[in-house]
Design a protein around this ligand. Structure first.
Ligand code: HEM
Length: 472
């Protein structure tokens, strides 16, 4: 095919590797710097593959709204396919009828408002347990990051299959190692940059360095694990509940969506929830607490709001959350500055199309740099500052995918179906933490804000704190 006549501006590329040398360890930051020279829509090359980079809210709107249908495909991911049951879930399945049916199961059945509500007890119990662990630590240093990761894994696993992540073995009585370790490795590999997806002639690199071998081993382990979960749910002795696996098995039995839901699809959908739902939410809570520690005035203001609404000797409940506008503003501001997926998930064009007047060829990958968009001075006053107040006083900007200057959950057909599931647990955990404790850095420990890039961008170093209960 001849190259498009009017492509977007491109930084100079090198033979064979294209622009890969310009990526660095934090691609969202490198791409942001490049966009300041080449503009809000750039065409880069990762090896030979063209990759469109959108770095402004208008570019994002054209891609995820005006031409959403054309950009609703996901590019093929070899690792995701190997580990996640042939990518038969929602997140990486190609756009088409199968994806539409899986997404409708997510939106209407698994992550509907009613279903998310039904896990209220799970969220409140797990939050109370975490608060108890912190209380028990006395004046010792608490690794809050670790507690938050465990809490999120417990909440998601209890919603998915009715038990905590460490309370279940694989098929035949036990996986070879704990589920937490398996999940940790799945998350690590899911965030791996696979050069073989951009330059098939470089796939040998991942065979030699063992990444594909690891993915294949991990896929067997995950399959064994999920098979144990599904078999347990099918067993006649078990009382039918309403966790995600129960819902999926019922859809399978009753043929609700008009297709036979295969066993691998059930395992893939559950795995999608584990991968997309745990790390993103725990990273967000970590960043909220980090920003609050860095900004004592905001912490005080939030504590005052929460302590006014919730009774001092009772935990904050989900009923209380609607009366906490500052809490909601703090969470929005944190997602603006620290989106767990700074480049969201990649998209791919299915047809030739024009974006902002430039020609984009079919089959072009797309990365929307929401990190850059949400720090764009054209949309935000003092964008680098943490100022939750910007979302108060009648500001109607929300992150549900309509305001393209704030899109940490993406937008359009491929937008995140887990917003409600994520937001309610994030709000509940943060409200309970600041309600119950005053926090301080341990002596001699600086508040570190470095990032670790992966499927979700976390803090590089764990958040270590000393927690003093309110009553002291
Ligand atoms: C703070 C928490 C979360 C953030 C920031 C987040 C962000 C995102 C983003 C940016 C995308 C890509 C959207 C696009 O391409 O436009 C996405 C997709 C997705 N998310 Fe989330 N997410 C979060 C929590 C969750 C939770 C809790 C679940 C499930 C329980 C979930 C399930 C999914 C799924 C299945 C997709 C793929 C959708 C598709 O391809 O059609 N996410 N998420």
């Amino acid at each position: 095919r001849p190259p498009p006549k009017n492509p977007p501006p491109s930084p100079r590329k090198l033979p064979l590797i294209g622009n890969l040398h310009q990526m660095g360890p934090f691609p969202h930051r490198s791409l942001h710097s490049l966009s300041q020279v080449h503009g809000p829509l750039m065409l880069l090359h990762f090896a030979a593959a063209p990759v469109l980079i959108a770095s402004s809210s208008s570019a994002a709107r054209e891609i995820m709204k005006t031409h959403d249908l054309i950009f609703s495909n996901r590019p093929k991911s070899t690792i995701w396919e190997k580990v996640m049951f042939g990518a038969k879930g929602v997140a990486f399945s190609p756009y088409g009828e199968y994806w539409r049916q899986m997404k409708s199961i997510f939106v209407l059945q698994i992550l509907s408002n009613k279903r998310v509500q039904s896990f209220r007890d799970v969220r409140e119990e797990e939050t109370a347990l975490m608060i108890e662990k912190i209380s028990d630590s006395g004046s010792d240093v608490v690794n809050l990051s670790k507690l938050i990761v465990e809490l999120m894994a417990n909440v998601v696993c209890r919603a998915a299959w009715g038990r905590k992540y460490d309370g279940i073995g694989g098929k035949g009585g036990g996986a070879r190692r704990g589920f937490q370790e398996v999940l940790g490795e799945v998350l690590e590999l899911a965030g791996y940059f696979d050069i073989g997806d951009f330059a098939p002639w470089l796939k040998w690199v991942n065979r030699v360095n063992g990444v594909y071998g690891r993915a294949e081993r991990l896929s067997k382990e995950l399959d064994e694990f999920m098979e144990g979960v599904v078999e347990e749910h099918e067993s006649k002795e078990r009382k039918i509940g309403q966790d995600f696996v129960d819902v999926l098995l019922e859809i399978q039995r009753e043929n609700v969506v008009g297709i036979h839901l295969q066993r691998d699809s059930i395992k893939a959908l559950i795995s999608d929830i584990l991968v997309a739902g745990t790390d993103t939410s725990s990273a967000t809570i970590e960043w909220v607490m980090t920003e609050l520690l860095k900004h004592p005035q905001a912490m005080k203001k939030l504590q005052a709001e929460v302590r006014l609404i919730a009774q001092s000797n009772q935990p904050v409940t989900e009923d209380d959350l609607d009366q906490m506008p500052y809490l909601k503003a703090v969470i929005k501001e944190t997602l603006r500055l620290h989106p767990p997926g700074p480049l969201i998930l990649p998209r791919e064009s299915t047809k030739d199309v024009q974006v902002m007047g430039y020609d984009i060829a079919a089959g072009t990958r797309v990365l929307v740099n929401v990190w850059a968009i949400m720090r764009d001075p054209a949309s935000w006053d003092e964008p680098e500052k943490f100022r939750p107040e910007r979302f108060l006083n009648g500001c109607s900007i929300d992150f549900k995918g309509h305001d393209f200057e704030l899109i940490p959950f993406g937008a359009g057909r491929r937008g995140c179906p887990g917003i409600q599931f994520a937001v309610v647990i994030i709000e509940l955990v943060v409200a309970n933490l600041v309600h119950k404790f005053d926090f301080a850095q341990p002596d001699g420990v600086e508040l570190d804000e470095s990032e670790a890039f992966g499927l979700a961008v976390h803090k590089k170093l764990p958040l270590l704190l000393v927690a003093t209960p309110l009553s002291c």
